[in-house]
Every structure is written in structure tokens, then in C-alpha cells.
Design a protein around this ligand. Structure first.
Ligand code: SAM
Length: 371
């Protein structure tokens, strides 16, 4: 178990990154070996659909790795509907199908630590679906539920649109209306309250923000972008923020997109190996004998400071094949003074998927290792 208090609990159970971005790069480049930060596992498993030989899913938190393992065991053998029902994706509810969930869990092939962890977790949550059990998901759905107590279902209509031009005209009008903006504003006040957030969600562990402007302004900007970035009903983050959970299946994260699920399942069944490793990213990259062609760092580098933020890209080289592509997400903090020698910045080639990303809270950088 990690000694770090923050990374020793289930922090993420669904997705707080839209890994369509990483998936589209892997789909184009078809890397043979992938190294990825595990998180909930939902950010990693879709990459299996691009048929690599091997994926190494890495995390400091054994709870996250257990969840990644559970997801991969489910995906390997269950049809999509059953996978969604187990986790609680719409149209299924996390509160229903408890006996079925318990029976399926009993039958899954899992390591002893993963089984023990979830046996205990399900005993505590009464065999509910896991989708909103991470601390991140609990924090966000909790904020939304509080705001809904005040304003009811008044904002649900923002998810009714199936035509983008109509949705745009609606927001153009509503965003001029101070009364209408009350609830989104209150939500953003809570989300954008740095002290609250660092204390509740990150246990005081989050590094100092170095993007300019206040936290509140950051979220207002990113949210304004999201309201004009495709249909709201197709966005899982907006559904979580306004509805307190997922209601519209078309907004589910990429892991349950039918063609991607099918491709990932086929790859896992055909022999794509997936290993779950409890280790710090940089320790792993310097110790392993494996070489990787694609590395997805999530926003782990946002947590680095000092020597770490300067040297992490050069330390990572130890596990890269020539030509390897590395994706770095930065949330609130961009590493400073990073030594990027041996890399070419190819971020500009990925503008389109970056603009379509469903959370818009990350600055995403893409580098090619040229040796
Ligand atoms: C960095 S978090 C990203 C979550 C989210 N995007 C956010 O900032 O709230 C994703 C995962 O990285 C893991 N993690 C953090 N630092 C790590 C490190 N140095 N090595 C390996 N995993 C790490 C965490 O345990 C977590 O499950």
C-alpha cells in the first residue's frame, strides 16, 4: 500500500478525463506496448481496443489498481450491457441489480487482494454499482445534489437538446440572464473554492496552482467552453455537475462506447496482456526492463514540484522506445523548467481531439521521444 494518505484510497471510480484523446492517438499509431496511469481503469481499458501486445497500468493506490483489475476481468468476459449494469451506467442504476452484481462478482477471476478489497467495499455499500464511489465522484455528485436541493430540476432542460444550433441559441440567451446563472454560479463557487477542494478532495496534497487567475475564473472559463462544446447530453462531466450522475447514455465515457468496448474485449480475449503495477511512475520507469511505445501520464506531472518537475521527462526516457509518444495532462499546475531534451513537441498535431475533450480542464501536451 502507498504510504501517501491521499493515494491510499479509492479516489476515482468512473472518469475525470475523457480518454478519447489518448485513444485516438493509439488508434492512429497502434503502439505495441502501452504504459498508462491506471486511475479508475476507465482511462486505460479503451486503449486495449487498439490491440497492443501489452498494457502496463500503473498506480500508487492499490485500490485504483484493484478497480482496474475488476474492470478488465468484467470486460474480458461480459457483454457490454452486463458491464454497464454491474457498474451502474445508464440505463441501469447503481442502486438496482444488487443480487445479480453479487453473483457476478463471486464468479469473476480476480487476484486475492482485489477480491478482498471489493468484498469489503461491496459489504459496506450494500452491493451498489461502483460508478460514483470514488472520492472525486462523491465530491462532484455531492455538490450537484446540494445545489439541486435549492433549485430542483430547473436546469434539466439543458440536456433536452438534440440539435447543436438550438442548444447554442438557448445558452446565448440564458447566459445573459443573471437569475438563470445563479445555480451554475453557485456550483462553480463551490468547485472553484480552492481551499475547500484541496481539503476535501486532495487532503491538502495538491501542489500550488501556477495557471494565472483565480480558481473560480478558471472553472467559469472552462465551463463556458463546455456549454458550447457539443451537445450537453453527450458530456459526462456536465451530467455529473448538473444532474448529480449520468442519465443520458450518449454521454457515457468512452469505455462503454459500443464499438470501442467490442474492440477492447476482442483484444483482451485475443491475448492483449494487461498488468497492474503498484509503483511510483518514475521509480517504475527507471527499474523496468520493458520499453514502451506510448505513455499516458494522466495529470500525475501536475503533482510534481522542484527537482521532480524539472527531471521527470528525462527520467522517463529509460523506458521508452525511439519514436515513443508521451501524453501529459496538466490540471491547474503546469510543471516548470522541465528538461525536454530528446523530445519533440507534437501537441499542435492534436488540436482537434483536444478541443473535443469532454472536461476541458486540462492543458494536454504530446511529445515524441527522438532519443
Ligand atoms: C493523477 S490522478 C488524476 C486524477 C485527476 N485527473 C485529478 O487530477 O483529479 C490519477 C491517478 O494517478 C495516481 N498517481 C498519482 N501520482 C502517481 C505516481 N507518482 N505514480 C503512479 N501513480 C500516481 C493516483 O493514485 C490516481 O489514481
Amino acid at each position: 500500500m502507498s504510504k501517501d494518505v491521499f493515494f491510499n484510497t479509492l479516489n476515482y471510480s468512473m472518469a475525470n478525463e475523457d480518454s478519447t484523446f489518448e485513444w485516438s492517438i493509439c488508434q492512429a499509431l497502434r503502439p505495441r506496448r502501452i504504459l498508462a496511469i491506471c486511475g479508475s481503469g476507465a482511462r486505460v481499458l479503451p486503449l486495449a481496443g487498439t490491440a497492443p501486445e501489452k498494457i502496463t497500468a500503473l498506480d500508487l493506490a492499490e485500490q485504483q489498481l484493484a478497480l482496474g483489475e475488476l474492470r478488465s476481468a468484467l470486460m474480458r468476459r461480459e457483454p457490454l450491457e452486463s458491464y454497464k449494469k454491474f457498474l451502474g451506467y445508464p440505463p441501469f442504476a447503481t442502486s438496482l441489480h444488487r443480487a445479480e452484481r453479487a453473483a457476478l462478482f463471486a464468479d469473476l477471476k480476480l487476484s486475492a487482494p482485489a477480491r478482498a478489497y471489493f468484498q469489503d467495499h461491496f459489504r459496506k455499500n450494500g452491493w451498489q454499482g461502483l460508478l460514483y464511489d470514488g472520492r472525486w465522484e462523491k465530491t462532484f455528485t455531492g455538490i450537484s445534489k446540494k445545489v439541486r436541493l435549492l433549485v430542483g430540476s430547473r436546469y434539466d432542460e439543458i440536456f433536452e437538446f438534440k440539435n447543436f444550433a438550438e442548444q447554442k441559441a438557448y445558452f446565448d440567451l440564458k447566459l445573459q440572464d443573471r437569475t438563470w446563472k445563479f445555480a451554475p454560479g453557485a456550483t462553480l463557487m463551490l468547485v472553484g473554492n480552492a481551499t475547500f477542494f484541496n481539503a476535501v478532495l486532495y487532503g491538502g496534497r495538491f501542489p500550488r496552482k501556477n495557471l494565472p487567475g483565480s480558481h473560480f475564473r478558471f472553472y467559469v472559463d472552462r465551463f463556458s467552453r463546455l456549454l458550447y462544446n457539443g451537445l450537453t447530453r453527450e458530456n459526462f462531466f456536465l451530467q455529473i455537475m448538473f444532474l448529480g450522475g449520468l442519465r443520458y447514455p450518449e454521454g457515457c465515457p468512452i469505455e462503454v462506447t459500443p464499438e470501442i468496448y467490442k474492440a477492447s474485449q476482442a483484444a483482451l480475449q485475443a491475448g492483449t496482456e494487461i498488468e497492474f503495477v503498484a509503483k511510483d511512475l518514475l521509480t517504475f520507469s527507471e527499474e523496468t526492463r520493458e520499453k514502451y511505445d506510448f505513455v499516458s501520464l494522466s495529470n500525475v506531472p501536475s503533482y510534481f514540484s522542484g527537482d521532480m518537475e524539472r527531471t521527470f521527462m528525462s527520467r522517463l526516457k529509460a523506458c521508452l522506445n525511439p519514436g515513443a509518444v508521451v501524453v501529459v495532462r496538466c490540471y491547474l499546475r503546469i510543471p516548470e523548467g522541465t528538461d525536454l531534451s530528446g523530445y519533440v513537441d507534437i501537441t499542435s498535431s492534436y488540436q482537434e481531439p483536444a478541443l473535443a475533450e469532454k472536461m476541458q480542464v486540462y492543458n494536454i501536451m504530446v511529445y515524441r521521444f527522438v532519443g
